[in-house]
Design a protein around this ligand. Sequence first.
Ligand SMILES: *[C@@H]1O[C@H](CO)[C@@H](O)[C@H](O)[C@H]1NC(C)=O
Ligand SMILES: *[C@@H]1O[C@H](CO)[C@@H](O)[C@H](O)[C@H]1NC(C)=O
Ligand SMILES: *[C@@H]1O[C@H](CO)[C@@H](O)[C@H](O)[C@H]1NC(C)=O
Ligand SMILES: *[C@@H]1O[C@H](CO)[C@@H](O)[C@H](O)[C@H]1NC(C)=O
Length: 451
Amino acid sequence: MAATIKVVYLFASVIVFIKSCAAENEPELVFANLIWRHGSRSALYSYPSDPYNNKPIWPQGPGQLTQVGMRQEYELGRFFRQRYGKLLSEEYKRSEIYIRSTDVDRTLMSAECNIAALYPPSGRQKWNGTNTTWQPIPVHTIPVETDYLLRFPLHDCPKYSELSSQIVHSPIYQKIEEKYAPFLKELANFTQWDGTMNIKAAWDVEDALVCEKAANLALPSWVTDDRLKKLNEIAGIDMGVLFGGTNPGYQVKIAKAGGAGLLVKAILDNIQRAIDFENTYKVVAYSAHDTTLSALLNALHAYNMRPPPFASAILFEVYKQASADKTSYFVKTFYRNSTVNPALPLSVLGCSFACPFEELKQRAVSVIPVDIDKECERTEVPPSTPACTASSTSAENELQLIFTNVICRHGLRSPLKPIFSDQNMDPKDAGQLTKVGMQQQYELGCFFRQK
Ligand SMILES: *[C@@H]1O[C@H](CO)[C@@H](O)[C@H](O)[C@H]1NC(C)=O
Ligand SMILES: *[C@@H]1O[C@H](CO)[C@@H](O)[C@H](O)[C@H]1NC(C)=O
Ligand SMILES: *[C@@H]1O[C@H](CO)[C@@H](O)[C@H](O)[C@H]1NC(C)=O
Ligand SMILES: *[C@@H]1O[C@H](CO)[C@@H](O)[C@H](O)[C@H]1NC(C)=O
């Protein structure tokens, strides 16, 4: 009898051993938090001798996503589809993904392009026949003035202004300006800059040149590859200056006051909720800006002093490692720092590449503000969401239609409270737009186009 028990015990432990071995070797990807920069855009700035000044090269005006940018984001979406083909269902399921963008046209549009490639409709999701290539998927946002998640530096943080001023008046900063002084002098001449050409102003010149180059516009002959490289280097330093990467100790101080500490917190919270099954999201994605990415990289002590390029992305991937006696989670961070490179491993907050989640949380404590009002040394409460501005009143006598304010209701949705229990319907899917609803809205759009 005792021998049998012994044998059974031995047998069982061998199985446990084999099982745990197998599990140890196969950590499972369970969640990803993604953050990308919008795609290529029209320039925000210019310089006096720019040959494209006053030329209609940007049909939508400054700072708008270009068609090159749309393609970059679409390709990024395809990259995500490949990489997360196992994590995300092929079909769009609202319970699996949540997308948020800053309330800026180029980031909203980037998110839309990205998702179009991530979720091309297939099967029953083709809402208008077999040729449907796109389906609507929500992108959430909040007004820029109240966005504490994706817009950095925070605009209403007195402490940040103080820290920023300390950096600009530091010997380190003076040294940087001295180092680039001959180049800046040359640049002032080429650009016919009026006012002081410093490293901040050089960033504006870089912006114009990078955007024009991405749009395949010929650049003036003084813009050699070497000069462009130097400008890019300066823009990278400028972002380092913004988020403390140039001065020891300031990455942490700024992350807490005006920098990306709140974003770090949100990412860790998203991971925690995924692990605790408090929500069902497999992916949370943020569509944002170069400053968002560099603020985050600085907060994580992982900034490489290079400006995050168009459609670059940071990927936080959470892996579950289950063994016989415990389940643990670790986070791998990647930086896809160009539209062609693979995602490169990134070590964050001094942790190893595969960072145990518990350790990551510990390490992040130093950069997360506990009370942002206090950290920012705010004396006034920041503005709340502004009230809706009144729509224009109609001038009865006017003959020409110059503005119309249209309020439309969404199309047909699924029942909010199903009367009978529908076996095929997840309660969470109540109140969702249906195929018929999509076509109704499409037809309403046609009506508006005609009108
Ligand atoms: C779908 O696309 C094919 C090929 O472009 C075309 O021949 C066909 O008429 C389209 N069907 C519908 C319903 O538009
Ligand atoms: C100043 O710029 C002009 C062209 O705009 C160039 O011909 C000249 O060489 C530049 N001078 C210096 C000192 O770089
Ligand atoms: C991207 O990563 C590679 C490899 O680390 C590095 O050589 C390159 O400078 C990086 N570029 C940017 C824009 O971060
Ligand atoms: C559906 O597709 C057909 C054929 O491509 C097109 O003519 C029609 O406008 C579409 N209708 C809607 C509601 O999208």
